[in-house]
Each structure stands twice: as structure tokens, then as C-alpha cells.
Design a protein around this ligand. Structure first.
Ligand code: ADP
Ligand code: ZN
Ligand code: ZN
Length: 762
């Protein structure tokens, strides 16, 4: 009784992670010892001194106290790679909430595969000349996928199989046909050191513009002076950001430092990677979800051994065990995929900052439409801001117009296609040019709006759209706020203009496709949404079919606005900007601006000028107006006022406490119990705000609890409540308190997760 005991992992060979050993914490250490620290402990029969990591502390002795050994000392942490990873795991655990084991599993390299690594490659069997003549033939026959593959084969004798099916978008069937024609052979090799190191040309670096040079110079000056900093590079697509990244990585390599370049998986295109390969050859490596765990392990070993200077990959590439990182670059930093959806729900941006702190590295964030977080921090001087204004790729920005769907209704057009959109589609189809129709549905969008005046039903407390629930044809449906649980009956007429045309907004890609075929008989369409992209390579297949001009119109959700370039697309139609504008969370405006800006930018990437059309019931909404003008600063200035007024991030911080349970009753009880204890400990009154002068946290606000926007998934009931507060550390303290409260038993099958500054509403 009374003593302090520590659970310690002695060997970070990952299979053993789940078997900690308990040690006694001697008197002199108990004040200083924290979870995540590295310690020395006697181990085994010989009591050999080894290093171990503290993953938990407690007062309960789980073994025979007489045989329990003492921790010998605390090791100064952060010295070698492994220590840094453990320190990082401890930081993640503390700031995002999870167990130490979960945090360790997040940061430590993938498990070593016991099986022999196997890797398939395509080997060409013909000479270059023969390949070139085949290439000409497939070009004439417009077999575009085959053409892409043959082009690569002309330059490379072997290509990784996954690369061909994944990034080149060539089907297994096409490969088979080339195999039976004796053009290629598929070979299984064991342990290919570098999964994509097939092209090693040292290209002459591009001469940077003076604006680009200025950025590189400033970042390096700070770094060389021993003051590595955080920078935000705001520049439209094609303004030369990637070239700046490449230059910085190279400069870091010259200084003996490694770099991590994060790119959203979906934007990890062949073209981007090739540019890095051209410059860094076998000193670059790529991490992506198609790699096997064996390959990932192999990558980590190469990183540790100093065999590579730079790794490119999605969020998880952040945890590459480099000895001395100089630079972390996050491209398209506004992307939602940088936030982990699983516990620990860490954000790559903040985690990158912590890694940079541990290594003394610089951080560069890049985006055409920066997140409110990043831009706010640049405005407040926390980050340095760089702007690249000029587009280097040529091609003019598309002409953008906004169509007022309320006006269409007044003129008797009740369809989702405005007259203008119909006209433009007919024109493009007749010219043989391609169009994209974009339904920017985001998650669950059950909002109710007036088609006559554009009025949207919103929560009076949270200023987000209400969601319609429980209609099913019978009786009155209800409108519910997913932050605070406020509810009201769905109105029969618009409270603003009295129109009967107020109802839930329903439009799916499938209906759009049907309607399109009805309007233009014989039109060739492709559809990309959650339904058509179930299988692994369907995404690439649809995109490559579209770029092969196998369709006139591509209809899809936000999946279609990222990554690929389609030079033949001259028309982009956003069917209803409202779909993302009223998604029911505080980021709806930001997401809409980003999606619309990206969508609009899809038109006119080639020689032909492009045009974009945004249809909406809220044509005066600043997210719509600013996207049409492609004016980021104007959007930011409007949006930040809204965030300030209602106290949402980045001005304030928000913690979502998410409760999952097999039983509705027990989940609700737990949600109520946890929120009640925050209320009582912090003196929050019924109004939601912490009481002034109560000596607690005055600016703390509690919202909820309520059922999550999707109340049940796979028979697991979901509840949530939110805390808003200007101080992040205060939210961390509340998280710690709730975690502690959860330790004292509750019904098994109940689970609590924390989400700081949530990106997606539960
Ligand atoms: P972003 O990453 O902002 O989209 P990129 O770095 O890809 O922009 O640059 C867009 C295009 O301009 C690329 O084709 C790139 O090779 C070219 N480019 C970039 N910087 C220069 C430069 N200084 N001189 C000439 N071409 C450049
Ligand atoms: Zn109305
Ligand atoms: Zn509300």
C-alpha cells in the first residue's frame, strides 16, 4: 500500500509491447517519473541493467511485493532515435488522449514481417525500339492506359507491379495481355530494397524564381542560425511550391539532415513522385498504403541507417525513424486526412511541430487554401507566412459564374440542372470536350432549406445547420443540432418567407446521372462515389477511363476534385454548393471554400480555356462568393469573424468527448455522468458556461451531451459532448480527469475517445 509502481516495457521489439513488467518506483524518483520516460531497470536472473520505458503508473502492486524490483534511474531522454520516438509517443498520449500502448503503436515502425518479403515487378522482354513501335500503335488505337505503361517500359527495364496497377492505373488484365503477347514478364523477387527506385536520373535542378529563392533563403538562414521555425507557404496550384520543397530537401541533405514530405495519399501522384526521383534517385523513399508491412519495415531500417535523405508519404510517414531530421514539409496542409480518425486522434500538423522540436528541424506547410488554423497562426505571428502569387504552368484561371437556384425555381425550373448548366453541357458534348459534375456532399448532410429564399434552418445556440431526423414518411420529423442536442419540429413553411418549398435537401450522384442521360440521350457518363469505388482499384480505373476520354461527363463527390489533371475538361459544374455549406459543423464554410476552389480549378488545365459554374441557393454566402473570385484572404477574413464570434477553433479550442456503447441506455448514462462531473468540478451552470469568478475556468463551455450525428453504427451507440476553451492545456487537464474517472470501473463494452479540435463531426 501507498507505494508507486510503474509498468515498464523493457524491449521495444514490438511483439512484446503488450507485456509490460511492473517495477517499484523508489522514493527519490516518484516525484519526477512520468509516463513515457526512459529508465534503467534490472532485468532477468542476472539483474542485468537494461533500458525500459514507462507506459503507466499506479498504486496497485500486481505481483509479490517481496520480489518486486526497483527502478534504478531515469535516463536522459531524447538522445537516440528510439528515445525520441518514445518521447513523442508520450507527447501524443498526453495531448490527444490514448493509452501509452496505442501511442507507441502509432509511432513505432511497422512490425517486422516474419514471412520472406515478396515483391512483384514487371520486366520488359523486348528491346526499346520494339517497345516504341508498340507505343505508337497503342497511341493510334487510343489505348491510353497501355500507352502509359509502354512509355514507362521504354525507359525502364523493370517496374514495380504495384506501381503499374496503382499509380499508372493499368489493369491487371492489360498486364496479362502484354504478358501473353511476350512483351513483359511478371517476376516475384524477394526483398526489393527500394520499392520504386527504378529510375535514377540526376536531373539538373530548375533555376528558382526570385520569389522561390527568397523563401528557401529565409528558411535556411533561420535554420543555420540555430532558429528553425514554422512557415506557411500560401500559393495556388502551379505556383512552384513543390519546386521549393525539393530545393529545401536538397539543402538539408547537404547539411546531413533528413526530410519528411507529407502529401495526402490521394495526391501522391506519379508525376509528383517522379520529380523527387529525378532529383534524389535512390536517396528518396515512398511510404503509402499499398506497401506491405515488410516493405514498411524495410523503409524504416533504411531510414535509421542513413540510406535515404527524404521520405514522401501520407500522415504515417511522419514517424519515419530518421536519426536527424532537418525539415518537415506538409503539402496541402488543409487536408482532413492529416487528422487521424482512430485513437490517438493526432493531427499531423501539431505532431510535426513536436517532432521538429525534438530534432531541431524546420517545418514548412504548403497550401493553395490554407486551413484556418495555419493562416490564423501566421496572422498572429506564430508561423511565418510566404505567398506565391504567380502561376508558372500557364493555362488561365477558369471563368466562374454563380447560378442562383432560387431564381431558377421562380422561373419554374425545379430540376437540379439550371438552364445555363444545360446549355453549357450541350455545348461541350457537341464539341467533344469533357465536363465534370460535382456533388460536394460531405459526410452526413440532412439539412433543411428553403428553395424559394435560401433560408437554412440553424441551431440558435451553435450557428450550424440543423439535421433532419426520423421522418420515414410518417408524422413530423425533427430538426436536431449535433453539437448541443437542441431540437425543434421541421417547419411546414419557411419561417423567413412563408414558402412551402422548405424541405430536406436530397440529391445523389445516381439521380444526377439518370437525369443527365434523360436530358442528353446517348451521353457517355462515369460516376464516382462511395458506391462505385468499393473495390480496391476502382478509383484509379474510373479516373483513367475518364482521362482516356471514355466518357463525356464525370459525375462524382469530392473524390473527383483531387489529384488528377484532365486537360480536356473545359466545364466544371458544382450542382449545389449548399450540400457542403450546410454540413452541420463549424468547418462547413471552410470545407466548402476549399472544395469549390479545387473544383473550379479543375477546368481549363490544358490548352483550352475553362469555365466553371457554381449552383446554389445561397449565392451571397461568402464561401461561395470568395471561391468564385478565387480570393483566399477575403474568405479568411470573413470566416475568422464567425469563428471568433461563436468561439470555435482556431480562435478557441474544442474537445469532443465521444462515448461508444453496445447499450443505448448505458452509453447515455456514461455521457451524462462524465459531462456532469466536468460541470461540477468546473462549476459550469445550466447555460453551458463556466461561472465567472467561481475560481474555475471562466471561459470554459460545455455543449451537450447528445447522440452523435450518426447515432448508431454497427450496433454501437454513439454519444458525444463538447468542451470549448481558449486554453488547450486546460482541455488536456479535463481529458486527464475524465481518463482517471474511466479507470474506476464502468460497464464493459463502453468506450470513451477524445478528439481535440475535431475535423469531422462524429
Ligand atoms: P505547385 O507545387 O505550387 O503546384 P510546382 O512546383 O509543381 O507548383 O510548379 C508548377 C510547374 O512549374 C511545374 O511544372 C514546375 O516544374 C514548374 N516550375 C516551378 N518552378 C519553376 C521555375 N523556377 N522555373 C521554371 N519552371 C518552374
Ligand atoms: Zn424561404
Ligand atoms: Zn446547437
Amino acid at each position: 500500500m501507498g507505494g508507486l509502481y510503474a509498468d515498464i516495457i523493457v524491449d521495444i521489439s514490438h511483439e512484446k509491447l503488450d507485456k509490460p513488467f511492473q517495477y517499484r518506483v523508489p522514493e527519490g524518483l516518484s516525484e519526477r517519473l512520468e509516463t513515457g520516460m526512459c529508465v534503467t531497470v534490472p532485468f532477468g536472473n542476472g539483474n542485468k541493467l537494461v533500458k525500459g520505458y514507462v507506459i503507466g503508473l499506479g498504486n496497485v502492486c500486481k505481483f509479490d511485493p517481496g520480489r518486486m524490483k526497483d527502478i534504478r534511474g531515469i535516463v536522459k531522454s531524447g538522445v537516440d532515435i528510439e528515445d525520441k520516438m518514445i518521447t513523442l509517443a508520450g507527447w501524443i498520449r498526453k495531448n490527444y488522449g490514448s493509452t501509452m500502448i496505442q501511442a507507441l503503436k502509432t509511432v513505432l515502425p511497422a512490425k517486422k514481417s516474419v514471412k520472406k518479403l515478396e515483391h512483384r515487378t514487371l520486366q520488359r522482354l523486348l528491346g526499346r525500339e520494339e517497345i516504341l513501335s508498340l507505343l505508337g500503335e497503342s497511341r493510334r488505337r487510343k489505348q491510353v492506359a497501355k500507352e502509359r505503361l509502354l512509355k514507362e517500359l521504354a525507359e525502364n527495364e523493370t517496374i514495380p507491379y504495384e506501381w503499374v496497377t496503382g499509380r499508372l492505373g493499368v489493369s491487371a488484365q492489360t498486364i496479362k495481355s502484354l504478358e501473353s503477347a511476350g512483351v513483359v514478364r511478371v517476376v516475384s523477387t524477394s526483398s526489393l530494397r527500394n520499392p520504386v527506385g527504378f529510375r535514377e536520373v540526376q536531373e539538373q535542378p530548375i533555376k528558382l524564381s526570385s520569389a522561390q529563392q527568397g523563401i528557401v533563403r529565409e528558411v535556411l538562414e533561420d535554420f543555420d542560425a540555430g532558429n528553425p521555425d514554422v512557415y506557411l507557404l500560401h500559393g495556388i496550384t502551379g505556383s512552384g511550391k513543390t519546386e521549393v520543397y525539393i530545393q529545401l530537401v536538397e539543402e538539408m541533405a547537404d547539411r546531413g539532415r533528413q526530410s519528411i514530405v507529407l502529401i495526402p495519399e490521394i495526391a501522391l501522384t506519379y508525376q509528383t513522385l517522379l520529380r523527387f526521383y529525378a532529383r534524389f534517385g535512390s536517396r528518396v523513399s515512398v511510404m503509402n498504403s499499398t506497401l506491405s508491412s515488410g516493405e514498411k519495415y524495410d523503409q524504416c531500417e533504411r531510414a535509421k541507417n542513413g540510406e535515404i535523405d527524404v521520405i514522401i508519404g501520407p500522415r504515417s510517414a511522419l514517424f519515419t525513424p530518421f536519426p536527424k531530421i532537418g525539415m518537415i514539409i506538409i503539402d496541402e496542409e488543409h487536408e482532413g486526412s492529416y487528422k487521424s480518425e482512430a485513437s490517438p486522434k493526432y493531427h499531423a500538423r501539431e505532431t510535426a511541430l513536436e517532432i521538429a522540436r525534438l530534432h531541431g528541424a524546420s517545418v514548412l506547410l504548403g497550401s493553395a487554401t490554407p486551413s484556418l488554423e495555419a493562416y490564423y497562426r501566421a496572422e498572429t505571428g506564430e508561423y511565418k507566412l510566404f505567398t506565391l502569387k504567380e502561376r508558372l504552368t500557364g493555362g488561365s484561371l477558369p471563368r466562374v459564374s454563380i447560378v442562383d437556384l432560387r431564381q431558377e425555381l421562380r422561373e419554374g425550373n425545379r430540376s437540379i440542372f439550371s438552364e445555363k448548366l444545360k446549355e453549357l453541357l450541350a455545348d461541350r458534348i457537341s464539341r467533344g470536350q469533357q465536363s465534370m459534375l460535382f456533388l460536394n456532399r460531405r459526410g452526413y448532410a440532412g439539412f433543411v432549406s428553403c428553395r424559394s429564399c435560401g433560408h437554412v434552418m440553424k441551431c440558435p445556440h451553435c450557428d450550424v445547420s440543423l439535421s433532419e431526423h426520423g421522418n420515414g414518411g410518417r408524422g413530423k420529423s425533427m430538426l436536431i443540432c449535433h453539437y448541443c442536442g437542441y431540437s425543434e419540429e421541421s417547419p411546414a413553411v419557411c419561417p423567413h418567407c412563408g414558402s412551402r418549398y422548405i424541405n430536406g435537401f436530397r440529391a445523389g450522384t445516381q439521380q444526377v446521372e439518370e437525369k443527365l442521360k434523360e436530358m442528353f440521350p446517348g451521353v457517355r457518363t462515369l460516376r464516382m462515389d462511395a458506391d462505385t469505388t468499393r473495390t480496391k482499384d476502382s478509383y484509379e480505373r474510373i479516373l483513367s477511363a475518364f482521362s482516356n476520354k471514355e466518357a463525356d461527363v464525370l459525375i462524382g463527390t469530392q473524390m473527383i476534385v483531387k489529384g488528377h489533371d484532365f486537360p480536356n475538361v473545359t466545364l466544371v459544374g458544382v450542382l449545389a454548393a449548399d450540400l457542403s455549406l450546410n454540413a452541420g459543423d463549424y468547418r462547413a464554410g471552410e470545407k466548402t471554400f476549399q472544395l469549390l476552389t479545387q473544383a473550379v480549378g479543375r477546368a481549363g488545365r490544358g490548352e483550352l480555356p475553362g469555365e466553371a459554374l457554381i449552383q446554389t441557393y445561397q449565392p451571397e454566402h461568402y464561401a461561395v462568393v470568395c471561391a468564385a473570385e478565387q480570393n483566399y484572404e477575403k474568405f479568411y477574413n470573413e470566416e475568422i469573424i464567425y469563428r471568433e464570434m461563436v468561439g470555435y477553433p482556431p480562435v478557441s479550442h474544442m474537445l469532443a468527448v465521444q462515448i461508444f456503447s453496445r447499450s443505448e441506455e448505458s452509453g447515455r448514462r456514461l455521457a451524462e455522468k462524465l459531462s456532469a462531473s466536468v460541470r461540477s468540478v468546473y462549476g459550469i451552470t445550466a447555460g453551458g458556461r463556466g461561472e465567472e469568478g467561481s475560481g474555475q475556468i471562466p471561459e470554459l463551455q460545455l455543449i451537450g451531451p447528445g447522440a452523435a450525428s450518426i447515432g448508431k453504427i454497427n450496433d454501437i451507440f454513439r454519444f458525444v459532448f463538447y468542451l470549448k476553451c481558449t486554453g488547450y492545456d486546460k482541455l488536456v487537464r479535463i481529458k486527464d480527469m475524465l481518463e482517471e474517472e474511466m479507470q474506476g470501473g464502468q460497464a464493459s463494452g463502453d468506450m470513451v475517445q477524445f478528439d481535440f479540435d475535431p475535423v469531422n463531426t462524429l
